[in-house]
Design a protein around this ligand. Structure first.
Ligand code: HEC
Length: 167
């Protein structure tokens, strides 16, 4: 009787251990966990891979969306109509000169096809990194000019544009 209890307890334990292993496996297989320090995502410059220090526009309001983004690296404005509308205005003001109205690109690369110049641009994290901190040549650090919240809005618009125009 006592032995029976022990055996079933051991069974439950090993089932739990297996379960936990599967969860861990799943997370690493997806490769979705971003690099973090003190619970915050580490964002990196696209050109030299150095951590981004967030030293531009230090007086800006850090919105809830930005807080969340720094923890998850996933854009909370994705699919949000109001943010997309704001993002469209920013895109037309600051980005069309090089990436064109439909995102097909001229001086800057096409932003709506499936080929990205930098592999990381396929992710929210990578888009944010190059928009905030800049890339090579004409791609300046827009973190100097607009807030991080506005960068998330323009990213939500890019996603919409890709869905509409992209292949
Ligand atoms: C003056 C021209 C210019 C403007 C304005 C500009 N870009 Fe760019 N953009 C570029 C160039 C050039 C590159 C390629 C940079 C590189 O090779 O490092 C680029 C790269 C990018 C990339 C990475 C593309 C890839 O395929 O990896 C994104 C995303 C991007 N720009 C978004 C934006 C957004 C959003 C704006 C407006 C806020 C903007 N850009 C404004 C010229 C521009």
């Amino acid at each position: 009787m006592r032995f029976g209890n022990f055996a079933s307890a051991a069974g439950v334990l090993s089932a739990l251990t297996l379960g936990a292993l599967f969860v861990l496996e799943g997370a690493s297989a997806q490769g979705s966990e971003p690099e973090k320090q003190d619970g915050k995502v580490v964002f990196r410059h696209v050109l030299d891979n150095e951590p981004i220090a967030f030293e531009y526009k230090t007086d800006q309001t850090i919105t809830e969306a930005v807080e969340t983004f720094h923890q998850t690296a996933e854009n909370p404005y994705s699919g949000e109509a109001e943010a997309i509308a704001d993002g469209e205005k920013i895109y037309k003001r600051l980005c069309v000169a090089c990436h064109l109205k439909d995102g097909s690109g001229r001086i800057g690369p096409n932003l709506v096809d499936d080929k990205y110049h930098y592999e990381r641009t396929a992710t929210d994290r990578g888009k944010f990194e190059i928009i905030y901190a800049g890339g090579a040549g004409a791609m300046q650090a827009f973190g100097r000019r607009i807030t991080q919240d506005d960068i998330l809005r323009v990213m939500a618009y890019l996603e919409e544009l890709k869905a509409k125009e992209g292949s």
